[in-house]
Design a protein around this ligand. Structure first.
Ligand SMILES: [Zn+2]
Length: 484
């Protein structure tokens, strides 16, 4: 039973679910946005090349565990060197690590201005028996490219590579360094990937700004409903709840049974709801999202800020969507149970695992103190699992990069709401934000809820059109921010 820091990627599904809770198949419109074709780089040629790169990357199996990410990094290095771009690969463990490449804007690099293009090399496991296409076949069918990682996160990896190559081919003048970072082990918590890179090789990747996975361009009813820019994420902490008692024979039920004490404790924990807390990002999120909701939902989103109705509004919003509920408060969710090995024996110990997700700036201790008080059982203790991430600050909504994303999104998707958002789950953005990097999550591909729902599941796929549009959208953002 894998226990880990809960990264990940279902986040965008939650975003899709956040836009009204129904998940139903919607065709992605072919003509998304009215952006003129950028004259500067033969971008459409690069997008076509990039589709082939994405297929090749999907065919390199980097399922984590075990990872095997450097095989994909080697492939990236090959594409880059054919474009006359050098890269460096650093190994954190056999076959694992990260790749970095840099386009310099001047002879003297200024890390504080540099822009990182981040994507992870590893993918979540795929159960082939549940797929209609080979998860590592990269087949294109009915306008869709199928494969594990087509969206999460090899789509982003190929789009970053495309933008990097397009900048190189176009010879555009950069006003800051642009750095390509492809790291392993995102699905496994980052010890062999982003944590390794930031702790051991910060000088190679130091930057003031970064674009990473997260957020999204959400299509609904044939048009782009909103662009969510992930500017913050909650901090996951795994906590064991352990009940102890005398071992015994189940045919002679003891007064103190560890399994019963654990079950009672878990029920009390599950019934607890932490108080609602807003931050700059979630306030702006609900304000912005209200513009593209049905009347009832919009009414309650707006009421979140009214002194006399905010409690009721928070209640309504929390009930309407688990993603919204998770954005409003710290949460403690029972996720695993383990007790006993023999139906005839009462075990001396029963153990459960909670997934705690903390709002930025919050710490586990006060919440655990509250849970201890609620459980009020001396036979039950709480153990925080080692390796918990530290809380990271939110990225600024006043930065030059956030402004560039807003400008280009408004151009490309007229009428869509552009909202910052806080992810209920963590990504590799956390270690970067811990180092003061203004990091934004933006999966640039226009996607409908149905496609978002396939990530980490069966038949993950990306519409070929959306991939091309995403490359073009990302290029427009990067040149808007980093080109003279
Ligand atoms: Zn991911």
């Amino acid at each position: 039973m894998a226990r880990r820091a809960g990264r990940i990627s279902t986040f965008i599904l939650l975003v899709a679910l956040a836009c009204g809770a129904q998940v139903h198949a919607q065709a992605v419109p072919t003509q998304i946005g009215t952006a003129p074709a950028s004259p500067s780089s033969g971008l459409s040629q690069v997008s076509s090349d990039a589709l082939g790169w994405l297929q090749d990357l999907i065919r390199i199996n980097t399922t984590n565990p075990p990872g095997n990410e450097l095989a994909a990094a080697k492939y990236l290095a090959g594409v880059l060197s054919r474009e006359g771009i050098s890269s460096e690969t650093y190994e954190s463990a056999p076959g694992r690590g990260f790749l970095v490449a840099r386009l310099s804007s001047s002879a003297v690099p200024d890390p504080s201005r540099a822009l990182l293009l981040v994507a992870h090399l590893d993918v979540a496991p795929a159960d082939k028996s549940k797929w209609t296409a080979d998860p590592f076949g990269a087949q294109i069918k009915d306008g869709y490219l199928y494969g594990r990682g087509a969206i999460d996160d090899k789509g982003m990896l190929a789009a970053n590579l495309a933008v990097f190559v397009a900048l190189k081919r176009s010879g555009v003048h950069l006003n800051r360094d642009v750095v390509l970072l492809a790291e392993g082990d995102e699905e496994g918590g980052g010890a062999a990937g982003m944590k390794f890179a930031t702790e051991k090789y910060w000088d190679k990747i130091a930057a003031g700004y970064a674009l990473n996975e997260g957020g999204g361009v959400v299509a609904k009813d044939g048009k782009i409903s909103y662009v969510a820019v992930q500017a913050s994420e909650k901090t996951p902490v795994n906590v064991d709840v352990v009940a102890t008692g005398p071992a015994g024979r189940a045919a002679l039920p003891p007064a103190n049974n560890a399994v019963v004490h654990l079950a009672a404790a878990i029920a009390k924990i599950a019934a607890y709801e932490a108080p609602v807390e807003f931050n700059t990002v979630t306030t702006a999120y609900f304000e912005g999202l209200a513009k593209v909701q049905d009347d009832e939902t919009a009414k309650w989103m707006r009421a979140l800020e009214s002194p006399d109705r905010s409690d009721h509004a928070a209640r309504w919003i929390s009930n309407a969507n688990p993603a919204w509920n998770a954005m409003l408060r710290d949460t403690a969710c029972p996720a695993m149970l383990a007790a006993g090995t023999n139906p005839s024996a009462v075990p001396a110990e029963a153990r459960g695992v909670l997934k705690i997700s903390l709002l930025p700036g919050n710490f586990a201790d006060p919440l655990l103190a509250k849970l201890r008080e609620l459980v009020a059982d001396p036979t039950v203790r709480f153990e925080v699992e080692p390796g918990a991430l530290e809380t990271a600050p939110s990225s600024s909504l006043d930065s030059g990069l956030y402004a560039a994303i807003g400008r280009v999104s408004a151009q490309q998707f007229p009428g869509a709401a552009i909202v910052p958002m806080m992810s209920p789950e963590a990504t590799d953005s956390t270690p970067l934000r811990m180092r003061g990097v203004q990091t934004y999550g933006l999966l640039p591909f226009p996607l409908a809820a149905d496609d978002l729902a396939r990530m980490r599941g069966a038949d993950e796929r990306i519409p070929v059109d959306s991939f091309r549009q995403g490359v073009q959208f990302l290029y427009a953002i990067v040149t808007n921010f980093a080109a003279r």
